[in-house]
Structure formats: C-alpha cells, structure tokens
Design a protein around this ligand. Structure first.
Ligand SMILES: CC(C)(COP(=O)(O)OP(=O)(O)OC[C@H]1O[C@@H](n2cnc3c(N)ncnc32)[C@H](O)[C@@H]1OP(=O)(O)O)[C@@H](O)C(=O)NCCC(=O)NCCS
Length: 223
C-alpha cells in the first residue's frame, strides 16, 4: 500500500502581502515539523516559478499537486478579493488556513474566525470576536470587547480600542487610531468603510465611506 501524500499548504498571492506572510507560514509549519517543500505560493499572475525560495503554482496546478488535503491563507489586502478567493477555495475543497507569527499575543476569550493572517507583534486582548479571513498587519492591536466582522483588514500599526464594532470588509489604514466605544454603545466602523492611514477616528463611520485626518472626516468621493 502506498502512503497518502502529505498535506500541501499555500500562501495565496505572491505580491507584497503574500511575501510578508510567507516567512510566518514557513516558521509556523517548521514548528509543526512540516518541511518547507510542502509550502507554496499560489498565484495565477506570477512571473517567476520561485519567489523567495518558495515554489509558485497557479491555482489549477495547486489543485492537481499530490496532497491529502490542501490549505490556503489568502494573502490579499483587499477584503472583497479575499471573499472571492475564499469562495473559489471552498468550492475546490481547499481549507482556510490561519497563519500567525510566533509572538502574537492572544489574551482571554478571543474567538478568531478561520483563515486569519496575524503579523508579528499583533495583540488581541480579551473578550473579542473576530470573523473570517481577518488580516492584522504588524503591531496592530484589538482591545477588549471589540467585535470584528469577516474580511476585515488592518494595515500596520492600527490601534483599535475597546468596545469598537468593525463590520465586514472594512479596511483600516496604517497607524489609524480608533477611539473606544462604551459597553452597549460601541463606536461602529460600517461595512466596507475605509479609514485612511494616520486617521484619528472619534465617531462612528458610515458604511462604504472613506474617512481620513485628525479628527477623521469624510473624504469627498472622486469625480
Ligand atoms: C485614505 C485613502 C484610502 C484615500 O485614497 P484615495 O481615495 O486614492 O485618495 P487620494 O490619494 O486621491 O487623496 C485624496 C485627497 O485626500 C488626501 N489624503 C489621502 N489620504 C489621506 C490620509 N490618510 N490622511 C489625510 N489626507 C489624506 C490627499 O492628500 C488628497 O488631498 P487633496 O485632494 O487635497 O490633494 C488612502 O490615502 C489611504 O490612507 N490608504 C491607506 C494606505 C495604507 O495604510 N496602506 C497600508 C499598506 S500595507
């Protein structure tokens, strides 16, 4: 009897985001005794067969490579694109994979949905709920009692203070600071909203709007 091939792991996307997540993925698998050959980039638009020492496969080649199970972390900053890729992966039997740096801090009662990518120095404090395919980039934190939806993206250094609700597909730019809400009266960042880099958010942000500045104000839509 021939042994079943081992699982195959992927960082989906070989652009900047993927190249930042790949070392974390490699390290995480090494801690589990999985050799780096079982880890690939998946990218249909890649121009090189190997990126930073890791093989690059198109999605179909990834599906055809011998493997008992397939696992992918979606390394694309745009939450809408992540949602499309998640559906594509689910339809093909590829499992959502969470990759987290070894020094991520998780405190008490953290519920984290599948497929997250947590960069170095991220802190998730206590009593928080986070949906699927969350990205938290370098040094971001989520304080107590926050509720974060699906496909939410934090760029580096996001300070999300306590009692904040962030709805699905919101994007929070580098170094943004979000004021705390109150129990029963959270500050809400609406679905699909964008918070610009460096913003100081003092009030709730409506869905599908972009805010920036200190204090954060609505950015006029482009003509
Ligand atoms: C807010 C943001 C989404 C706006 O992007 P955009 O819609 O392409 O807007 P533009 O760059 O055309 O800028 C429109 C105006 O807003 C200003 N602006 C843009 N971003 C701003 C910000 N973060 N804070 C204050 N003003 C900002 C621009 O200077 C410009 O002003 P002007 O019309 O007086 O010249 C974007 O600038 C941003 O902050 N993105 C997050 C970047 C980030 O964190 N990346 C992380 C990579 S890992």
């Amino acid at each position: 009897m021939t042994a079943a091939p081992p699982p195959l792991y992927a960082v989906y996307g070989a652009s900047g985001c993927g190249r930042s997540i790949m070392p974390l993925a490699r390290e995480q698998l090494a801690r589990q005794g999985v050799p780096p050959e079982r880890l690939v980039f998946v990218d249909d638009g890649a121009t090189a067969p190997v990126v930073n020492g890791q093989r690059v496969l198109g999605f179909q080649a990834f599906l055809q490579a011998p493997a008992s199970t397939r696992h992918a972390v979606l390394a694309i900053a745009d939450g809408q694109v992540r949602a499309r890729l998640a559906a594509r992966c689910a339809a093909a039997g590829v499992q959502a994979w969470t990759v987290a740096a070894a020094n991520v801090v998780r405190m008490d009662d953290v519920v984290l949905g599948e497929g997250a990518a947590l960069s170095p120095f991220v802190t998730l404090t206590s009593n928080i709920r986070i949906g699927r395919h969350f990205h938290a980039n370098l040094y971001s934190y989520v304080e107590h009692d926050c509720v974060i939806g699906d496909y939410v993206t934090f760029a580096p250094g996001v300070c999300c203070n306590g009692n904040v609700v962030i709805e699905d597909h919101a994007y929070i730019g580098t170094g943004a600071v979000i004021r705390q809400g109150r129990p029963g009266a959270p500050l809400v960042i609406g679905r699909g909203a964008v918070v610009g880099m460096g913003a100081v958010v003092t009030r709730s942000v409506a869905a599908a709007t972009t805010v920036a500045g200190n204090p954060a104000r609505l950015l006029a839509p482009k003509e």
